[in-house]
Each structure stands twice: as structure tokens, then as C-alpha cells.
Design a protein around this ligand. Structure first.
Ligand SMILES: [Zn+2]
Length: 277
């Protein structure tokens, strides 16, 4: 099964990533640069390490640059010049649809760079806020999936990826997928049984975004693993296995969908066409 891991990270001093990248398990891995921050006690790669990983695996590893809103919008140009194919902001001090961020989105739209927005709950990352020179942190409420709708309306040609499924605001994720032609979501992260139940039912829905797509054509497989240590590397492989079996043994048995051609879009085709649009 062809497969793109459309949302992953790289650890500082990573081990085993080159082997995974060349193993053929994933046709592409998209690394999100968070530029040396520490999450869950794990130190993430520097921008140089992320760029080196891309250079080491041309056509197989791609990266999204860390969009730091404390900089000026020409930061988008700089990230494009570094070879990043998209952008990854994180933990806004207000919310994703604050107009003060619009000049960044406008430039991303002009340069045709997709933006992956984290949606829903997030691990505590107070250190991220202090690194930005702020005395306090930001929880998940500014990253509710509903904020992406306004960005979609303002920038109809911006390719928007909602990271994860926006838990606990899954209804807002459903609205994003249903109404907005330029919003897709990746399914990485939360796998609570309630969420899987919702996903099973919603994947069979038709979107109303003018493109004639079904929900499973607007969802991307992703692991959100921190590649570079044995346990995280192994978990990425397990997640591919888990979702393959989810389609084969649950979705196509208990629901109408989950056929091989539907799985192909979920694992590969949706992300591939997004990258090439
Ligand atoms: Zn992530």
C-alpha cells in the first residue's frame, strides 16, 4: 500500500530516521519543523537537521517550515527559499483566525505554500511560549478547528491542513471538511474510541464544498510521530498497520466504505494531490 506520512516530526540527534525513510514503508514523509522546541520531554530537531533530512532523501522527505508569527511576513519567503514546501505555525497567542496573522497567510497563498495548523488539544508546551518571550503559555482554545473556516473564506486559494481531528471539537472539524474546499484534516494524534466511532461514520459522508468529494477524500493519513528514537520509529510503523487494518477489518465490514481504492486515497492519493496542486 502506497503511503504518505503527512504530518511527522524529527528529533534532535535522531537515530534510525534515514533507515525508515529508505525502507519503502512510506513513499513520502512530511516533517514539521518546530525548530528545537521540547515537547513531552523530547527535544525536536533544529531547522538545519530538518533541512539536512530533506536533502538526504530527495523526493521522499519534505518539510514544512516553522512559521513564527513573532517575525515579519517575509519570513514565508525565507522559508520557501530554504526549501520548505509548506508552513507550520504553532500555539498562537490569540487564535488562528486573528487578522494580525493575515499578512502571513496572504504571502503563503501567493507562494502556494500549504499551511498545517494544529487543531484541538495539545501537549503542554509552556517552554514554547517562554521561548517566544512571553511569560505565559497558551492552551488549545486558540487552535479550535472552527477558526480555520474564516481563514478559508479570506484565502480561498490557500491550502489548509487541519492537523489532527480537533478533539474535543470534532463537530467543527466535520464542518471544515463539509463546507470548505480548501480545508483537509490529517488523522494523526488522538485515537479515543469515541473519536474513532465518529470517524467511522463521518468518513462515509459527502462533502458540500463544490468538489464532489467524500469525507475520506479530504482526510490524510499521518502519524505525528517524533522520528529519531526506536519507540517513536516503531510506533509510526504500527500506526500504518493499525489504519490499514481499520479499513480492512472494520470500515469495510461494518460500514459501507473502506474499499481498497478508498484506502488508497486516504493513505496516499489525497496527500499526493494536495502536494501537487
Ligand atoms: Zn505534530
Amino acid at each position: 500500500m502506497k503511503c504518505i506520512d503527512a504530518h511527522a516530526h524529527l528529533l534532535h540527534d535522531h537515530k534510525g530516521f534515514h533507515e525508515i525513510a529508505e525502507s519503502g514503508v512510506f513513499d513520502e514523509i512530511w516533517l514539521m519543523d518546530l525548530n528545537g522546541i521540547c515537547l513531552n520531554g523530547l527535544q525536536l530537531a533544529t531547522t538545519d537537521e530538518v533541512c539536512d533530512a530533506v536533502k538526504a532523501h530527495p523526493g521522499r522527505v519534505y518539510a514544512f517550515g516553522h512559521l513564527d508569527f513573532s517575525k515579519t511576513p517575509d519570513e514565508v519567503d525565507r522559508l520557501k527559499d530554504l526549501g520548505f514546501i509548506g508552513l507550520k505555525p504553532y500555539k498562537p497567542d490569540t487564535h488562528w483566525n486573528d487578522e494580525k496573522f493575515y499578512p502571513f497567510y496572504a504571502r503563503a497563498e501567493e507562494l502556494n505554500m500549504p499551511v498545517l495548523f494544529h487543531t484541538g488539544m495539545a501537549v503542554s508546551a509552556g517552554a514554547y511560549a517562554s521561548r517566544q518571550g512571553k511569560p505565559y503559555g497558551y492552551g488549545p482554545s486558540g487552535m479550535r478547528p472552527g477558526y480555520l473556516g474564516g481563514i478559508s473564506e479570506a484565502f480561498p486559494n490557500l491550502r489548509i491542513i487541519g492537523g489532527h481531528q480537533g478533539y474535543p471539537w470534532f463537530e467543527e472539524t466535520v464542518q471544515n471538511i463539509y463546507y470548505y474546499k480548501n480545508i483537509v484534516h490529517d488523522i494523526s494524534g488522538y485515537r479515543h474510541f469515541d473519536q474513532l466511532h465518529e470517524l467511522l461514520h463521518s468518513m462515509d459522508r459527502a462533502a458540500n464544498d463544490g468538489t464532489g468529494r467524500m469525507f475520506h477524500e479530504k482526510l490524510l493519513f499521518a502519524t505525528d510521530q517524533f522520528y529519531g528514537m526506536e519507540s517513536e520509529n516503531q510506533r509510526a510503523l504500527k500506526l500504518k498497520e493499525f489504519w490499514s487494518l481499520f479499513f480492512e477489518l472494520i470500515a469495510s465490514v461494518y460500514c459501507r466504505w473502506g474499499k481498497p481504492e478508498e484506502a488508497e486515497k486516504f493513505f496516499y492519493g489525497n496527500a499526493f494531490s494536495l502536494r501537487n496542486s
